[in-house]
Design a protein around this ligand. Structure first.
Ligand SMILES: [Zn+2]
Length: 76
């Protein structure tokens, strides 16, 4: 995944756009406890554009989304 200061700045903009709240459960994002999620997964052709990014709590929102995506991959 893309890293570095550019990515951190992008994360900040994504969080700001969502009012520093989780896009799934609307809880306030805590530093270090949320992740920048690709709405359309990279492996499904999703881009790194900010329009394809959303802030999610690490747990459970991002964990559950990742599990769902893994399940869908398994089904094929
Ligand atoms: Zn959440």
């Amino acid at each position: 995944m893309e890293r570095g200061s550019g990515w951190m700045a992008k994360r900040e903009r994504v969080a700001l756009r969502h009012g520093y709240r989780c896009a799934a459960c609307d809880r306030v994002l805590m530093p270090g406890a949320w992740e920048c999620d690709h709405i359309v997964p990279r492996e499904q052709g999703g881009s790194n554009a900010e329009s394809n990014l959303q802030p999610l709590c690490k747990d459970p929102c991002h964990r559950e989304k990742s599990a769902r995506e893994a399940h869908q991959r398994a089904k094929g």
